[in-house]
Design a protein around this ligand. Structure first.
Ligand code: 6R9
Length: 691
């Protein structure tokens, strides 16, 4: 039964306590949650207008509502996407084919024959009329400090960095690793890569030197761009030191560009180039390299259930179009508004909704360098008041953290500028939804819970866009985006038909924004996404389809953890633990965590004959994880055990480990068939002592 979809049971909504509230509401109709009729939101939920929202369909009589538009997008994807591509993007050469290939062939191509450049679409085409418009608002870590960058200023920065990259020998198709704090320099470097046809690979600056080295080597990047230091929550992070350490293990690296985020002087070696000095003499005018639609715009590493992180690869035209269109319609972004996505540029959310979506729409986008609690839990709301943000887009984990600090931190600031409240990364639980809607948004703003993935390029499920007054139900992203055909599949790979049901969430039709491959490993791409259910894209998430066809995400079905909205593979953490000379083996699972959504729980088996105390070992294991992956992968609990529960054929029973970690002792099931049933009693006893 589980041949097709391993781990199938993991998705069931009952396994995710954060969801229970909403699920039971959906099932029983009880709870304070009610479908919200948001007609009072006026324009924000207006009916579709083909003159203002989608001018590219104004000659089509059949499109009057969002529902019509959705059906049209699914039935005539080529017309739908080609019209949008021609009107929303600027091409140096028009395309000849809209789409080729399918999921069964394992190769999809969009807009072939066409050429374009992403930096031209994000900057140059706005310069003539909008050169003085603010492109970036940089909210620096230091509270109360921000600066603004116009499109013209950004264009000059991109030109200088582009010329520096060219002069240093970077060629089209080369990979450039970017390990920078969220800053205008980071955005300009990404766009400079796009301008000269290089592929950027941004590595989140919270990852360790080892993690960075792994990503540099996998991409064979010759160029690394970093900063002397980063500043986060008032603390200095020695980025350049990390790069120095990483580069000793990366023979492919030929140059390291260093941006000075702080005054601190750092040692500079023979590969290092001071970016500030080196760009001084460069021209602001950088030649544009036109790219074929399917040329790679960027790659971004993300965790999978096995092996090392995968270099998810995105195309130039398809990705750019998808981030452009979803940005405009999911958030109903209007000209002149300030969009505040607080995600780091090291994640896909930062790529699509800090950079490519907003800038390709000529919008004003926020670069938030700090944390939600620095200097206190009022940081977001003080910033909203000072900058008059129209939109905020954040992770549920930060809402769960902030709501614990009380409403005063929110209420003392004026939030009347806010129009839409978005979130992404993990299920938005009921309590956090209510708080976001009632307290932060004063019951005025739509809550936009968006579901998507690094691999999907942009939002695929979201309550908006939708009809006038359409309900928004707490706890679920609800509606498929235009062009996205969703399906649920059972453990045998058969589609779950009917209005309601539960199963593996799949996308049944290609869309332009989807990842094209895993860098240098197309077989892994096919195996992970296209082979589990032949003919559709397999997301790895489970979902529940409710009445009305609304989707609720129930969580990952594989061994991927979602810790504070960050994806982490259990295998990566186990690899780091197993590197310790005293560790014989380990098994890592997730458990429900109030704030992080999921916490990390490590079961560790030690070798015989070690001399260190458990306390000392625990310290060393944590240090090891920090150095191999980064602080975001630190386990909450490490439980030392003489062995792990296994089946008689030797397979680790992760299901049991998860149940113990979640305190579900009465759901352990029959343990008598295990090879050493007594180990379960030991683990339960130890767990109770530790928690
Ligand atoms: C954009 C992003 C993707 C995974 C995804 C799912 C989880 C994202 C969610 C959500 C419930 C939502 N996820 N949005 N779960 N509700 N609105 O987060 O990309 O880092 O690749 O993570 O995050 O499990 O599969 P990424």
């Amino acid at each position: 039964l589980s041949l097709v979809l391993p781990n199938f049971g993991k998705y069931l909504s009952s396994n995710n306590p954060l969801l229970n509230c909403t699920t039971s509401y959906m099932r029983t109709g009880q709870s304070s949650a009610r479908p919200l009729c948001l007609s009072h939101c006026g324009l924000s939920s207006r009916n579709i207008s083909t003159t203002t929202d989608y001018p590219e369909f104004k000659d089509l009589e059949e499109i009057k509502t969002h529902d019509n538009l959705y059906k049209f997008s699914i039935n005539k994807p080529e017309v739908f996407w080609s019209r949008l591509a021609r009107s929303r993007l600027t091409w140096s050469k028009d395309f000849t084919h809209v789409m080729k290939g399918d999921f069964l062939q394992g190769k999809m191509e969009w807009f072939t024959g066409g050429t374009l450049n992403a930096s031209v679409n994000c900057i140059d085409r706005h310069l003539k009329t909008h050169g003085d418009k603010v492109a970036l608002i940089w909210e620096r870590d230091e509270p109360g400090t921000h600066s603004v960058y116009t499109y013209r200023k950004l264009s000059e920065m991109v030109g200088k960095i582009g010329n520096l990259l060219l002069k240093s020998g970077v060629k089209p198709g080369d990979r450039v690793a970017i390990y920078l704090p969220k800053s205008p320099t980071a955005v300009a470097t990404m766009l400079a890569c796009a301008r000269i046809g290089a592929i950027h690979s941004v590595v989140f600056a919270g990852f360790s030197a080892d993690a960075l080295a792994g990503r540099i080597n996998d991409a064979q990047a010759e160029t690394v761009v970093t900063a002397n230091q980063a500043v986060r929550g008032g603390k200095l992070i020695e980025l350049k030191k990390m790069v120095d350490s990483a580069v000793t293990r990366c023979p492919c690296v030929k140059r390291v560009l260093v941006y000075n985020r702080t005054e601190a002087k750092v040692p500079m070696g023979k590969l290092d180039i001071d970016m500030t000095k080196a760009t001084l003499g460069e021209s602001t005018d950088c030649p544009v390299v036109q790219r074929a639609s399917e040329d790679t715009l960027f790659m971004l590493y993300t965790s999978g259930s096995t092996g090392s992180p995968k270099g998810i690869t995105h195309s130039t035209a398809g990705y750019l179009l998808y981030s452009n269109v979803t940005f405009k319609h999911v958030f109903d972004y209007r000209d002149g508004e300030k969009f505040g996505c607080v995600a780091d540029i090291g994640w896909i959310t930062g790529h699509s909704y800090v950079l490519y979506g907003p800038l390709s729409n000529g919008g004003t986008t926020l670069l938030f360098e700090s944390t939600p609690v620095y200097p206190n839990a009022g940081r977001y709301w003080e910033m909203v008041e000072r900058l008059k943000l129209d939109h905020i887009y954040l992770a549920p984990t930060s809402l769960r953290l902030l709501l614990k600090s009380g409403d005063e931190f929110v209420k003392k600031y004026d939030r009347s500028s806010l129009r839409k409240l978005g979130c992404v990364g993990e299920p938005l639980n009921h309590e956090a939804w209510e708080w976001y809607y009632n307290v932060v948004g004063e019951r005025r703003c739509d809550i936009i819970d968006t579901w998507w993935q690094t691999e999907t390029g942009g939002v695929c499920i979201s309550p908006r866009p939708s009809e006038l007054g359409a309900e928004i139900i707490p706890g679920m992203p609800m509606r498929a985006m235009p062009g996205i055909k969703l399906g649920l599949y059972d453990s045998e790979g058969k589609e779950v038909k009917g209005e309601t049901g539960e199963g593996a969430l799949c996308i049944c039709q290609p869309w332009p924004g989807m990842a094209r491959t895993i860098y240098n490993d197309h077989d892994r791409f096919l195996k992970t996404y296209l082979k589990p259910v032949p003919g559709v894209y397999y997301t790895g998430d489970g979902a529940h389809r409710h009445k009305g066809g609304y989707y609720q995400i129930t969580g990952r079905m594989d061994d991927v953890l979602n810790v504070s909205g960050h994806r982490l593979g259990t295998a990566e953490i186990e690899d780091a633990l197993d590197d310790h000379p005293d560790v014989a083996e380990s098994a890592v699972v997730g458990f429900p965590h109030d704030i992080k959504g999921e916490g990390i729980y490590a079961y560790v088996v030690l070798k015989d004959g070690r001399t260190l105390t458990k306390k000392e070992l625990e310290k060393q294991l944590k240090a090891l994880i920090k150095s191999k992956i980064g602080g975001l992968a630190l386990p909450e609990i490490i439980l030392f055990t003489p062995s792990l529960p296994r089946t008689r054929s030797g397979k680790i029973m992760r299901r049991i480990l998860r149940k113990v970690a979640s305190n579900k002792f009465d759901e352990l099931g029959d343990t008598t068939t295990l090879s050493e049933p007594e180990v379960v009693d030991f683990i339960v006893k130890k767990h109770k002592e530790l928690t």
